[in-house]
Design a protein around this ligand. Structure first.
Ligand SMILES: [Zn+2]
Length: 372
């Protein structure tokens, strides 16, 4: 991405300007009457807000997950199916992400990457690789601030700028997001819902705490020991789990690799979040193709926006969710508000996918991109 192209995005790791015309437009598209009036929490932005000393100081209608563990009906905290392991990595992409991708490829596993917009600005090519290798991309905001501590307009800007850069780079309009620090309440939830998002947290006790390794508040050994303990609870679980791991720092990827082996050895089936919740359209611009007897190339004009395989029979057994062939290249250009129509690509099926969804076609269009 050239310097000029980078300049059209907000600065890395900073709250985007809410007075920009684009943010004003996004804000104007929200029905604010539906957004509950819950006080903004206090935080040293971008850090996680502090919980009030007394639980009674949390407004009853807040349903604040970070402070109080309140879960909304549509929050995703676990995979419904037993042994299903929602594998998620946050805060990337980073220079260490390719090492993790290599491991996932070897294990024939796809995961969900909750990416930070500022990191995509830094490593757009790695994001393309993630999509190309079948992983599910979801959002983790632009600058990784605690969302309950932001104004309504800042929340919109954090989501939409992250969404925009992922779309510009990959052609995918994301549908799932994870609040940094799990910091979400009913005000934040309603705003992101209106932006088309599903909130994904993680299963209690399944935070690997790998994020504490770079902070030196936990050792690698302790991470393994904690995870081993979590694995020992599998027989008591009523469904699957969603773990919290990260791919921002070298030390996090260093533990992610053995943790994957440990979980699989105990019989967990790792998968991305779309597969964990059995969602055949994991992007806002997914197009699910009806099963056909034989995959046939679709005429270019009939190909719709970013598409996704519709698992035919056994979706949860399929190791890959999305494959994309025509990720935009550095030379591609587009304009801001373009929709992706027209050009696309037919998916090839590999032997594994062929066994479960011979008749499913994965299509993705990527004709109009800002650049890249
Ligand atoms: Zn994070």
């Amino acid at each position: 991405m050239s310097k000029k192209q980078k300049k059209q995005y907000p600065k890395s790791d900073e709250l985007p300007d809410v007075n920009s015309p684009l943010v004003k437009k996004w804000v104007s598209e929200i029905n604010w009457a539906k957004v509950p009036k819950i006080p903004i929490t206090k935080a040293n932005i971008p850090s996680c807000p502090d919980c009030p000393e007394h639980k009674k100081d949390i407004p009853k209608n807040a349903c604040w997950w970070t402070c109080g563990g309140c879960v909304a009906k549509d929050d995703i905290e676990a995979c419904p199916r037993e042994k299903a392991w929602g594998l998620t990595y946050d805060d990337g992409p980073s220079k260490d992400t390719p090492r993790l991708l290599k491991k996932l490829k070897q294990a024939n596993v796809t995961s969900t990457f909750f990416v930070v917009g500022s990191r995509v600005l830094e490593y757009p090519e790695i994001l393309k690789q993630q999509v190309k290798e079948g992983h599910h991309i979801a959002l983790h905001t632009w600058s990784h601030a605690g969302m309950t501590s932001l104004t309504n307009e800042q929340i919109v800007a954090e989501i939409k700028w992250a969404e925009k850069i992922v779309f510009d780079v990959t052609g995918l309009k994301t549908k799932y997001w994870r609040p940094p620090y799990g910091d979400v309440d009913n005000r934040v939830r309603e705003i992101v819902r209106q932006l088309g998002y599903v909130t994904v947290i993680w299963t209690k006790e399944w935070d690997s705490n790998d994020w504490q390794i770079p902070e030196k508040t936990i050792t690698t050994k302790e991470v393994f020991r904690n995870f081993k303990w979590a694995l020992s609870t599998i027989p008591k679980l009523k469904g699957g789990v969603i773990t919290l791991e990260h791919d921002l720092f070298t030390s996090e990827v260093n533990v992610a690799i053995p943790l994957l082996d440990m979980g699989m050895k105990k019989g967990l089936e790792p998968m991305d979040i779309a597969r964990c919740v059995n969602d055949p359209s994991p992007y806002q611009n997914s197009v699910v193709q009806k099963p056909a007897t034989k995959p046939t190339p679709a005429p270019a004009a009939a190909i719709k926006p970013a598409a996704h395989a519709a698992p035919a029979q056994k979706p949860l057994e399929a190791p890959k969710v999305v494959q994309v062939e025509n990720i935009p290249s550095e030379s591609d250009t587009s304009t801001e508000e373009q929709t992706i129509e027209g050009a696309g690509s037919k998916k090839k099926s590999d032997t594994v996918r062929a066994s479960w969804a011979v008749s499913s076609l994965v299509l993705i269009a990527a004709s109009a991109f800002m650049f890249l």
